[in-house]
Design a protein around this ligand. Structure first.
Ligand SMILES: Nc1nc2c(ncn2[C@@H]2O[C@H](COP(=O)(O)OP(=O)(O)OP(=O)(O)O)[C@@H](O)[C@H]2O)c(=O)[nH]1
Length: 322
């Protein structure tokens, strides 16, 4: 067996292919040497060959040759088969990472091998299946990353509620939807009472703990189809779609009651080695202003809820006004 046919027999595409076929290929083509950085395939040029990688490493890049590599191909693998099968230009740049030796098999020979050699057809099918699977996995992991990132940009880091950015996008859409359907949209503006003093008495970290407790209260008191967002500082906006005034008042009272009875735990302290103690901070109270949509104007609705919140503050705090 010559060295070249041995090398061919060790590639994924020609594994288990009869010796006579390997010799036939060795007679009809010859290895080509690529210098480091040389482009083997690119979307701008037609491709007429499948290349078996005999030695070295190739890298695959989408978009431009200097974009980050998306895949590395090791000795024994092959490239170009997809553009040969579907008769299109390559979809990516394939570049030699170091000096490489590749063995080109012309399109005509590939079609001939497909028609005549079962092991070759099976190998090709397996390679394409692996390729398809790895692409699917890449799409799934990219999508999960996008979901995570989308979540991160829309969620307030301290409270875990939606943030102002989310609110600015979602509120106009929700309001327009409700307005078009002729449904009520109830808005609660929730503000922690005397929070400046709370911060002064318990420190900024203590204040943060109180806001985290508020986040938990809001997440657990609103219904699954309602939305709770941190509007800014110690102020929260709750959107209750398809909700009447009476139902909204009931939700607001529930939030008010849960807030005053929710324990605010301070950061863990280690008083005894091995035992973790959480010192409680004073509970907080909230004032809530409530308004129903009278138009599809976000600013009008916020102003109406804000006016009711002001009344709640003026009436002594820890109460709901509408
Ligand atoms: N710890 C902490 N404090 C914050 C945060 N955001 C805003 N604050 C503080 O919240 C306080 C809000 O105070 P004010 O707007 O004067 O209102 P208040 O003291 O709650 O008084 P009333 O609303 O009238 O009951 C300010 O001292 C802000 O510094 C935060 O993320 N963490």
């Amino acid at each position: 067996m010559s060295t070249l046919t041995e090398e061919l027999a060790n590639t994924d595409l020609l594994w288990d292919v009869p010796q006579a076929t390997l010799e036939f290929l060795a007679e009809h083509s010859a290895p080509r040497t690529l210098a480091s950085g040389e482009v083997l395939l690119c979307p701008e040029l037609e491709n007429g060959h499948v290349y078996l990688l005999l030695t070295g490493t190739l890298t695959v890049h989408f978009g431009t040759p200097d974009s980050p590599m998306i895949r590395e191909l090791a000795q024994g693998s092959s490239v170009g088969e997809v553009s040969i099968i579907d008769d299109t230009r390559p979809s990516a740049y394939v570049i030699a990472k170091e000096t490489c030796r590749v063995f080109p098999i012309h399109r005509h020979l590939i079609h001939q091998l497909l028609a005549e050699s079962n092991p070759f057809a099976r190998n090709l099918l397996q390679m394409l299946t692996r390729w398809l699977k790895s692409n699917t996995q890449r799409i799934v992991s990219d999508r999960m990353q996008i979901w995570e990132l989308t979540d991160q940009v829309n969620i307030d880091g301290l409270t875990g509620l939606y943030n102002r950015r989310w609110l600015d996008n979602a509120f106009p859409r929700l309001l327009t939807q409700s307005w078009k359907k002729g449904q009520a949209l109830c808005v609660l503006m929730v503000d922690v009472d005397n929070f400046k003093s709370y911060n002064d008495d318990n420190g900024h970290l203590g204040g943060d703990r109180a806001l985290m407790a508020m986040g938990e209260v809001l997440k657990t008191t609103v219904r699954p189809y309602d939305f709770a967002a941190r509007y800014g500082g110690e102020e929260f906006l709750i959107l209750l779609p398809n909700t009447s005034l009476n139902e909204g008042v009931a939700v607001a009272e529930r939030i008010r009651h849960c807030s005053e009875s929710k324990a605010v735990a301070y950061a863990n302290e280690h008083s005894v080695p091995g035992i973790t103690v959480s010192t409680p901070l004073p509970n907080i109270t909230v004032s809530i202003g409530l308004a129903l949509n009278q138009s599809d104007s976000v600013s009008e609705l916020i102003a109406a809820a804000d006016a009711q919140l002001y009344r709640a503050k003026m009436d002594g705090r820890n109460c709901v006004r509408y």
